[in-house]
Design a binder for this molecule. Structure first.
Ligand SMILES: [Zn+2]
Ligand SMILES: [Zn+2]
Length: 87
């Protein structure tokens, strides 16, 4: 049972972000620090700003999952625990 549209959107966002990192087209934006590849410059910038070289700062209160980006974190909660928490 889906309690809201917002939960579904968060889950989709999580999947899309994950898929982006696996995608290897001819033109990619590569992180100079860790070598991760991104299709869009915006994703690389977000990676540099929130992710690269940083430790996961968001800890799931329900399990051992940790996230660096809030969008991923919300997606995890929606997918795994199906209960949004107040961030
Ligand atoms: Zn990086
Ligand atoms: Zn969790």
């Amino acid at each position: 049972m889906r309690s809201s549209v917002i939960l579904v959107q968060g889950a989709l966002e999580d999947v899309m972000l994950f898929g982006e990192e696996c995608y290897k087209p001819s033109e990619t934006f590569k992180c100079q620090k860790c070598g991760k590849m991104y299709r869009y410059k915006g994703n690389l910038q977000a990676h540099l700003k929130f992710e690269c070289g940083k430790k996961p700062s968001l800890q799931c209160p329900h399990c051992s999952y940790r996230a660096k980006q809030r969008s991923n974190f919300k997606g995890h909660i929606a997918l795994r625990h199906f209960k949004p928490i107040d961030l």
